[in-house]
Ligand binder design. Structure first.
Ligand code: LLP
Length: 400
């Protein structure tokens, strides 16, 4: 990939996404699912740029959304409404209303209280709400605690007994139609066993519900497939899908999954330029023009992202911290990595930045968010312009 030309043409800091890679990942997963009815609902939170959403929609994906904003993005980008799922632990009344009016595939309930609100709102609108229930199976996904979601100590979903009660209630309600069941136990999972265990628990639940005359049509296994940032051994799509399928015998369900990182994580590169280097007695700092407001994963989760100095043949290598210009010690991309000596305007590429990079970015320190560029069939195009100062202050009112 010609990072230098991209940086020259579009400036830095810059996000670049390889759309061909996204397509390859999507197809590998779809292929793995082919023995059964399946629906891949891309988790928009990983990267919700409209072009990315449109790209996956064109491939046949639906969307897993976690706010009405994401639902609207998905619709706007051309995702079919009957492929959109609305999840999240806390949905506002207006969000529920809009989701019902848009007639999306289903609303994923995360508490009994929420079920009653959805029922009330559906009644007001004289609609029947298709729902699924997020079950928290109390399984340890063995990932970073901040991105673990399937343990009872996490705020997500409901336990099995509550789920059963909710299904029985929903079945009787004139305004609820229980069509799906759901789990999502965490993110960046590299061990297949938690997926096996969770799908077994849910499959048993679906059988149990069947005996109560409650037919579950969508078996939603969430997202969470890990990717390689460094040297992780990751789960292959075929093994992942088999681990789920082996629990589904006798069940006629559409298997739904919600991958985010798997589809876009390794499609993304964050390009940033060296401003200067500085040293003190103990340390060498490479100060770059990107910062934690652009890519917060190293700060927030101590996440590793591979960093490469582009086109340098400088053989003077030593340890350095790669840091941004923000007034926080947490503003770093890497610590103590081996890097050749750099000079002003040298280009660094931070890899695996396609998921939870731009979507978690902010204007902290009044820094405009980076531009985003898509690469497809050997051509590049801007899919989000760089934010200007005027963009950043547009909503503010400086008068008394
Ligand atoms: N479905 C649900 C209900 C989710 O909550 C998530 C992610 C996904 C699907 C997609 O998970 P994935 O396939 O991308 O692992 N910001 C963190 C990750 C947070 C994940 C939140 N939920 C990070 O940068 O690692």
């Amino acid at each position: 990939m010609d990072f230098k030309s991209l940086a020259k043409e579009y400036g830095t800091p810059l996000y670049v996404y390889d759309f061909d890679y996204i397509e390859k990942q999507f197809n590998s997963l779809k292929e793995a699912f082919k023995a059964r009815k399946s629906l891949i609902c891309y988790a928009a939170k990983a990267n919700s740029n409209l072009s990315v959403l449109k790209h996956v929609a064109n491939l046949g994906a639906g969307c897993d959304c976690v706010s009405i904003g994401e639902v609207k993005r998905a619709l706007y980008a051309g995702v079919a409404k009957y492929k959109i799922i609305f999840s999240g632990v806390g949905k506002r009344d207006e969000e529920i209303q809009e989701a019902l009016k848009e007639d999306i595939l289903m609303i994923n309930l995360e508490s009994e209280e929420e079920m009653h609100r959805v029922e009330m709102i559906a009644k007001e609108l004289n609609k029947i709400a298709r729902i699924s229930i997020r079950v928290n199976p109390n399984i340890d996904p063995k990932t970073h605690p901040y991105i673990s979601t399937g343990l009872h100590e996490n705020k997500f979903g409901v336990d099995l007994d509550s789920a059963k009660r909710m299904y029985i209630y929903a079945k009787k309600s004139a305004y609820l139609d229980p069509v799906g069941t759901h789990f999502h136990i965490g993110s960046q999972i590299t061990d297949i066993n938690p997926f096996k265990e969770a799908s077994k628990v849910l499959a048993d639940l679906v059988r149990n519900l069947k005996s109560l005359d409650i037919e579950i049509k969508f078996f939603d296994i969430g997202g969470g497939i890990g990717i390689r940032y460094k040297d992780e051994s990751t789960i292959q799509p075929y093994d992942y899908v088999q681990a789920i399928f082996e629990n589904l015998s006798g069940l006629d369900v559409t298997v739904t999954c919600e991958p985010g990182r798997f589809l876009v994580g390794n499609s993304g590169y964050f390009l940033t330029k060296v401003l200067y280097e500085k040293r003190n007695e103990d340390k060498r700092f490479v100060i770059v023009d990107g910062a934690m407001n652009d890519l917060i994963r190293p700060t927030l989760y101590s996440a590793y992202h591979e960093i490469e100095l582009v086109g340098s043949n400088n053989e003077q290598i030593s340890k350095a911290d790669i840091v941004g210009p923000i007034c926080e010690s947490g503003d770093f991309f890497a610590k103590n990595i081996e890097l050749p000596q750099t000079k002003h305007n040298d280009l660094l590429v931070i890899k695996s930045a396609g998921a939870y990079g731009f979507t978690m970015s902010s204007n902290y320190n009044t820094r405009g968010r980076a531009a985003e560029v898509a690469l497809q069939n050997g051509k590049s195009r801007v899919i989000r312009a760089r934010e200007t100062f005027e963009d950043m202050i547009a909503k503010e009112v400086p008068y008394l």
